[in-house]
Ligand binder design. Structure first.
Ligand SMILES: *Cc1c(COP(=O)(O)O)cnc(C)c1O
Ligand SMILES: [Zn+2]
Length: 446
């Protein structure tokens, strides 16, 4: 059985289509975003039970590349790419962590954290980048004159792009906002031999330049306005449902910046519903940092108008975006999933990170935004304590240790309620014993 997919314009009044090996990022007729459209009728010829069985057989198997969480669902993602052109580091298949202790503390017994950051380059961006770079390798093998793949980034897209390009032997170029990403995020593309341009601007400024330079078709664009990335990222929702033995949770909470990921989450879940694997959809919550909250502002006015904003500096640096490329797709997703948008202040997100960490997580600040938003909605009664809730953790905390260090050293603009500080003392037994006696006595119970 062969399956077909192509790009389709998301504007219903247009609907132009393009083969997937066309170098095109937005509609040539009407400039709208594109999305990958699958042949649902062909996919529906296989029963829901047969799809579930196939996905389970492949899951984390040694059958390359189908053991990858993305490529295990290849027919739903990028059916036409040849296996020999797949560039995979076995992304996906990440743990769905039962946050038992955190949940008990906040009064939510069925809370789960999808650890998308426990992956090769440390963020969910791997899920999408494997698809995009595989398609590039396919096009190069067909003779396309692509010299390099380019992205603007808040740090994680560039790390993922550099990884996959290095593995495939394709040149990557990354445009990064100077001083607005973490040290780990800067060194990742440097180590992976990317051409790193470090610019005195913010993400939105880098993005504008990338749009200009990728008018040259030999420089292929890897930002999420390229809908190939969405295809890989959409496996996250499918994988979560699979990890619950094909039962849909009640609520999914996801941090949003450029808003590609929430669109992807929705797309995967809708595909499962269309093909009969699930009948229920979860509610989706998008969590934004208060300092970069254009979607939240639009939500408050019922999406009647959208104003791009100048994003302010936030600890959640990967979502410091004022003009999200996938705004329209995200609004559509929110309409389909009884969507809610919530925001978190710097203090709320940092305390949520630390609270979660105290119960065995190791959160990035964006996961903190999602946890804080979830806490606020639980308090407001918009999430019920009987519900099964999944928070999508988007990156590994090890990429953001600067923020954790500052929090625990109380160097941020607020009190750091859950700070834990090392005790400095001479290396002798008496000093250690008396310090332990004192500390264990006074240590606050959580
Ligand atoms: C990219 C990113 C996000 C935001 O995803 P969007 O698709 O831009 O909304 C959130 N968290 C982390 C860690 C990211 O790298
Ligand atoms: Zn169009």
């Amino acid at each position: 059985m062969t399956y077909q997919a192509s790009f389709k314009c998301i504007n219903p009044a247009c609907g132009a289509t393009y083969p997937l090996n066309t170098i095109v990022y937005s509609c040539r007729e009407c400039q709208s975003l594109l999305e990958v459209q699958h042949d649902t009728a062909a996919l529906a010829r296989r029963s829901p039970a047969a799809w579930m069985k196939l996905f389970e057989e492949r899951y984390k198997s040694n059958q390359w590349p189908y053991g990858s969480g993305v490529w295990g669902k290849k027919e739903w993602i990028l059916p036409q790419v040849e296996d020999r052109n797949v560039v995979s580091v076995y992304e996906g298949g990440t743990n769905l962590f039962w946050a038992e202790r955190f949940g008990k503390i906040i009064g939510l017994n069925d809370l789960w954290i999808k650890l998308c950051g426990n992956t090769h380059s440390g963020s969910f961006k791997d899920l999408g980048m494997t698809v995009l770079v595989s398609q590039v390798k396919q096009m190069i093998s067909e003779g396309a004159p692509i010299k390099a793949v380019v992205c603007a980034s808040t740090g994680d897209t560039s790390a993922a792009l550099a990884t996959y390009c290095a593995a495939a032997g394709i040149q990557s170029i990354v445009l990064l906002p100077r001083g607005k990403i973490s040290m780990a995020q800067l060194v990742q593309p440097i180590a992976n031999d990317a051409l790193v341009l470090y610019l005195d601007t913010d993400f939105d400024g880098c993005m504008r330049l990338v749009r200009e330079i990728t008018r040259d078709p030999t420089l292929y664009l890897a930002n999420s306005m390229n809908s190939l990335r969405v295809e890989g990222q959409k496996t996250v929702g499918i994988e979560i449902v699979q990890q619950f033995d094909w039962e849909t949770p009640d609520v999914m909470v996801i941090p949003g910046g450029n808003l590609g990921n929430v669109s992807a989450l929705g797309k995967g879940l809708l595909m499962m519903k269309d093909l009969g694997l699930i009948s229920k959809l979860p509610r989706i919550v998008v969590a934004q940092a208060e300092r970069a909250n254009p979607l939240y502002r639009a939500y408050l006015n019922g999406f009647k108008n959208f104003e791009p904003m100048q994003a302010q500096k936030t600890l959640a640096s990967a979502i410091q975006i004022g003009n999200p490329v996938s705004f329209e797709k995200a609004v559509r997703t929110l309409a389909q999933f009884e969507g809610i948008v919530e925001q978190a202040t710097e203090e709320e997100l940092a305390d949520a990170v630390a609270m979660g960490d105290r119960t065995g997580m190791f959160n990035c600040p964006h996961t903190g935004v999602a946890l804080a938003a979830m806490l606020k909605l639980l308090k407001a009664g918009k999430i019920d304590k009987s519900e099964r809730v999944v928070v999508l953790s988007t990156a590994h905390g090890l990429k953001f240790v600067e923020m954790k260090v500052k929090y625990h050293q109380k160097e941020l603009d607020f009190p750091s309620r859950y700070a834990n500080q090392p005790i400095e003392l001479p290396a002798n037994l008496d000093a250690v014993k008396s310090a332990l006696d004192r500390a264990l006595e006074t240590r606050a119970k959580f």
